[in-house]
Ligand binder design. Structure first.
Ligand code: MRU
Length: 364
């Protein structure tokens, strides 16, 4: 997608053919800072500290993390250690494990001398495949927005509510939940997005709002608790969110607060769609609430907030009383029964085992 009119990806190989470039998402929306990753430790830090985040981008960064590790040690032990370190960075997004296993599948049979080039090639391919998948998600989801527009007899604007950031900043390009919105906007359908701020890290207010604005899509940031009110008053035509891990039965883990939006949508007959690339499906799981590990992050993300001062500098301030405990659950699970449909690169299906297998019959 575009930044200041220029097509931009979230991760790339620098001209030296070795260094990996990323956008430091902890600095957005106030500063567009590009960072270079030179080794495994820097790649692992970028994922852990959320310079890169979002399930598909975490997977892509892990792919390049393995490639960077091969520069230092391409032995069997070096490969195993790199995968172990990267796998421990974040627990919920299954794309991380998917990408690491994919790199191992390609690299393990090769002699160490051939692993470096193969690792860079496979990491680049993971990125390109992600872009193609997300473009297909845009194409698959577009008819849902077109249908909402037709239902409104092409009057007014299609109102979409989204939570967190599953746009192009969460992927390599295009994104998931925002991909059909970009495509609809580019085709001239008037779309407006209600953007949940998404406490505590504010991926909606900071990242979704920024990328929608860069691409010229009308949007309004709302506090996380406003969605139900808007739905009660007919101000939301459909919800589209992303997911960090989807079970084989269609339960979806996504940023904390997604479940409450799905409950409100259900109560108000608002369609609730989840957009996902197939590497986000964990075919080994059947019960999301019981089986998906939920990341717990540092309570300081709840007790403190960072923003731009009037003087134009970034500052972090405390929000809560000294001494009050805070808990920081990163994700929650929305049961399949609350999901109207899953938007995948192969089309839209019911959030169920049967629905997923109808699109991915090779998993039967
Ligand atoms: O903690 P994050 O920012 O890595 O969380 C990921 C998300 O942004 C969301 O949960 C998103 O909706 C799904 S990522 C495809």
């Amino acid at each position: 997608m575009k930044v200041a009119g220029q097509p931009t990806r979230t991760i790339w190989l620098e001209p030296d053919g070795a260094t990996v470039g990323i956008i430091d998402q902890t600095k957005l929306p106030h500063e567009l800072v590009k960072v270079q990753l030179h080794n495994l430790d820097e790649a692992a830090h970028a994922i852990r500290a959320m310079l890169v985040r979002g399930a598909p981008l975490i997977g892509a960064a892990a792919g390049y993390g393995v490639a960077l590790a091969m520069r230092a040690d391409a032995s069997d032990a070096g490969l195993a250690k790199a995968c172990e370190i990267l796998l421990a960075t974040r627990p919920t997004a299954v794309n991380l494990r998917w990408a690491i296993e994919d790199m191992q599948r390609v690299l393990t049979p090769l002699p160490p001398a051939q692993r470096l080039a193969a690792a860079y090639a496979r990491a680049a391919a993971i990125c390109d495949e992600d872009v193609a998948i997300n473009h297909a998600i845009a194409t698959a989801g577009l008819p849902l927005i077109e249908a909402a527009w037709a239902k409104k007899k092409q009057q007014g604007v299609v109102e979409v509510l989204t939570h967190c950031n599953a746009g192009w900043l969460a992927a390599v390009d295009w994104g998931m939940s925002l991909a059909p919105i970009y495509m609809a906007h580019d085709k001239g359908i008037p779309v407006h997005v209600w953007v949940d701020e998404t406490r505590p890290r504010n991926q909606g207010a900071s990242l979704s709002a920024w990328e929608l604005g860069q691409h010229g899509v009308p949007h309004t940031i709302i506090v996380d608790n406003a969605g139900g009110h808007l739905m009660q008053h007919g101000r939301v035509d459909l919800c589209i969110v992303g997911t960090d891990r989807t079970t084989a039965s269609g339960d979806v883990a996504n940023k904390i607060g997604t479940y409450l939006k799905a409950l409100a949508a259900h109560d108000n007959n608002v369609p609730f769609y989840v957009a996902l690339p197939s590497p986000t499906i964990d075919w080994s799981l059947t019960d999301g609430v019981a089986q998906i590990p939920i990341e717990e992050r540092d309570p300081s993300e709840v007790t403190h907030i960072t923003g731009l001062t009037d003087a134009g500098t970034l500052a972090t301030v405390r929000l809560t009383p000294e001494g009050s405990a805070a808990a920081n659950y990163g994700f929650d699970v929305t049961p399949a029964r609350l999901v109207t449909g899953l938007i995948t690169e192969r089309g839209v299906c019911a959030a169920s085992r049967e629905g997923l297998l109808s699109l991915f019959p090779e998993r039967k």
